[in-house]
Design a protein around this ligand. Structure first.
Ligand code: FAD
Length: 307
């Protein structure tokens, strides 16, 4: 194996969190490879908000500037590919990619994000990130005071309705079938003028992802400007689980305060470990993870565990 294929740290996932980890490690003089398949979760959203200094930029603009700044560090390389397999070696890990390359490193960081699972409602995935929104802090200001819906039910539908009522008074909870809210929850929403509609949804009628109407299975429709929802998800990358990294009950990779997973030498950062889903948080976690990985490498050197 040539030295060109040997790294201190391989970061799988080169979006906001992976790039932030790489910057901390590059500045710590570590030899780093970022492997990225180019599919960040926010790629369909036209503008990203609520990240200081970058408010209103496109997701791509933020990522491109980040990549430029990170790859200025001589010891950091960016490789466009999909990591397909990771094996443990005597001194670390071996990563295979879909391009057929094999790379080795002492430590691994997974900054691989999550994949949202779209319901099978016509038009839903086309509106995702444009007028079907995951977070009011990211996109709520732009649709403030508009006719807005929540796509949800039960405890989560109730809590999300309370939250979104801060941004608009014209709010309906669409339960897409029979409401499972308690009598008390329904009464609370009613007291706050939040409507509940149980009709089953057939389609989201839209123009280029901009929602026009919700079409119900009974043929009726309702004009709505934006919908919020929290979708079920899966880990974007199955490799951490294949390696034995434990997941939390909610499906996130389990980490400790130093961002270590339950497998030695493997760290994780960003959306794959937390519900707090913002670019700012992904960057913050990436920076911390990079620093923690560097600290572990230093500690190992001084306790002679590795060269
Ligand atoms: C629709 C939408 C809109 C959003 N809007 C905003 C907003 O306006 N403001 C805000 O602050 N936050 C927003 N967010 C949240 C924000 O986008 C995420 O918190 C952030 O992208 C998480 O960064 P990450 O690096 O952890 O993961 P991601 O950005 O999802 O990146 C993960 C990366 O890992 C790569 N990857 C995965 N598996 C592999 C593999 N096996 N090999 C190689 N690469 C791999 C992927 O291709 C991807 O590039 C939005 C999220 C969504 C879904």
């Amino acid at each position: 194996m040539s030295d060109k294929k040997h790294f201190d740290v391989i970061i799988i996932g080169g979006s906001y969190s992976g790039l932030a980890a790489a910057m901390a490690l590059g500045r710590a003089l570590r030899k780093v490879l970022i492997i990225d398949s180019g599919k960040p979760c926010n790629r369909q959203t036209p503008y990203s908000h609520n990240f200081l200094t970058q408010d209103g930029k496109t997701p791509k603009e933020i990522a491109t500037l980040a990549k430029q700044q990170v790859t200025m560090y001589d010891s950091v390389e960016f490789f466009n590919s999909l990591a397909t397999k990771v094996s443990k070696t005597e001194n670390g890990f071996e990563v295979q990619t879909s391009s057929g390359d094999i790379f080795k490193s002492k430590k691994l960081i997974f900054a691989t994000g999550i994949k949202d699972e779209m319901p099978s409602i016509k038009g839903f995935s086309e509106c995702w990130g444009i007028s079907v929104l995951h977070c009011p802090y990211c996109h709520g200001y732009e649709v403030r005071n508009e006719t807005t819906g929540i796509f949800g039910n039960g405890e989560y539908g109730f809590e999300f309705s309370k939250l979104i009522s801060n941004w608009t008074k014209d709010l309906t909870l669409f339960t897409n079938g029979k409401s499972i809210l308690t009598v008390e929850q329904s009464a609370i929403l009613e007291r706050h003028q939040i409507k509940i509609m149980e009709k089953e949804i057939a389609e989201l009628e839209h123009i280029n992802g901009q929602l026009q109407n919700i079409i119900f299975k009974d043929g009726s429709k309702k004009s709505v400007k934006a919908i919020y929802t929290r979708l079920p998800f899966e880990q974007h990358c199955p490799i951490p689980e294949q390696l034995g990294c434990e997941l939390t009950e909610d499906g996130y990779i389990k980490i400790d305060d130093a961002h270590k997973t339950t497998i030695n030498g493997i760290f994780a950062s960003g959306d794959n470990v937390t519900r707090m889903r913002t670019v700012a948080n992904a960057v913050s976690m990436g920076t911390t993870t990079g620093m923690m990985v560097n600290k572990e490498l230093i500690e190992e050197k001084f306790t002679n565990k590795s060269k």
